[in-house]
Design a protein. Structure first.
Ligand code: ADP
Ligand code: UDP
Length: 248
């Protein structure tokens, strides 16, 4: 596998072309951002932790029959993924009220949402990722109705796999954000599932173990990401011993 030019550098990851026209390399950097890129910091080990965490979760989802872009880990900070035609839409599933839904609807943080709720946001930092609905997506051509419907179905399927997995490990999966894209006409889960894009609380103490530690300056951000991973059964040392050899 040959790593070719950088195609895109986002807030936390960089996307590289490869000599396979159907594959990209995602590089998880140590950069951490919040509030649509207004708060930015480098946190040591973060790229490795998120890359390995994401690989673990994507594999569990594949095993459960959810199509994902993940192929394999290439190095501590790099993964090989299917090249997707991404939809500029963020799908959010919420099991417990936290974050923007509390501000928007005046809801107390921590209330159980039964059934879990689903929201769509436009991926646009300049506009602050505004909330949108299926009609906006159709009118502005951000995605086809059937693809959005499938994304919603897959989002709930992801919740059905991960919510019990976190609970068994002593954690509440409060909410999470997913991004989907198309691969050969099929809707496939792309981007990442890491503590950067979800909320996770300890089931006993309700301590925040996710990116809210960064947003709210609670400290111990990466230590906490690793703790979540270890509780799920991830061995970060073993995983980073993986080296597929990428030619640059
Ligand atoms: P952002 O773009 O929000 O700053 P990142 O720093 O995570 O986010 O950048 C990664 C970019 O790569 C995102 O725009 C994401 O939509 C895109 N992406 C993720 N997975 C794939 C994939 N399999 N194929 C194509 N693009 C992808
Ligand atoms: N989220 C994300 N990227 C975004 C916006 C939200 O990964 O650009 C995640 C966030 O970490 C949380 C969930 O989506 O797990 C819901 O976020 P919310 O709408 O509450 O927004 P926030 O208050 O976190 O900005």
């Amino acid at each position: 596998m040959k790593k070719l030019e950088e195609l895109y550098s986002g807030k936390a990851k960089s996307v590289y072309a490869t000599d396979d026209a159907d594959r990209y390399i995602l590089q998880f950097r140590d950069d951490t951002s919040a509030f649509d890129g207004k708060k930015i910091e480098k946190l040591a080990r973060k790229g490795m932790v998120n890359n390995v965490f994401n690989a673990f979760v994507m594999k569990r989802l594949e095993e459960a029959g959810i199509p994902t872009h993940f192929d394999k880990l290439l190095s501590p900070q790099e993964a090989l993924v299917k090249k997707l035609e991404m939809m500029p839409v963020e799908c959010v599933v919420r099991n417990i009220a936290a974050g923007s839904i509390c501000r928007r609807l005046g809801i107390t943080e921590g209330i159980d949402l039964e059934p879990p709720t689903f929201e769509l946001f436009l991926k646009n930092d300049e506009l602050g990722d505004p909330m949108i609905n299926e009609y906006h997506i159709a009118s502005f051509g951000w995605g086809e109705a059937q693809h959005i419907e499938r994304s919603r179905e897959l989002s709930f399927a992801v919740n059905d796999v991960l919510k019990p997995m976190f609970l068994e490990a002593g954690m509440l999966l409060v909410d999470f954000k997913l991004e989907f894209g198309l691969y050969r006409g099929e809707v496939v889960l792309g981007d990442e599932f890491t503590p950067d894009g979800c909320r996770v609380w300890d089931v006993e103490t309700r301590e925040k173990l996710d990116k809210d530690r960064f947003r709210q300056n609670l400290g111990g951000v990466i230590e906490s990401y690793e703790l979540v991973g270890r509780r799920l059964g991830i061995d970060f040392d073993e995983a980073t011993a993986v080296r597929e050899g990428v030619d640059s």
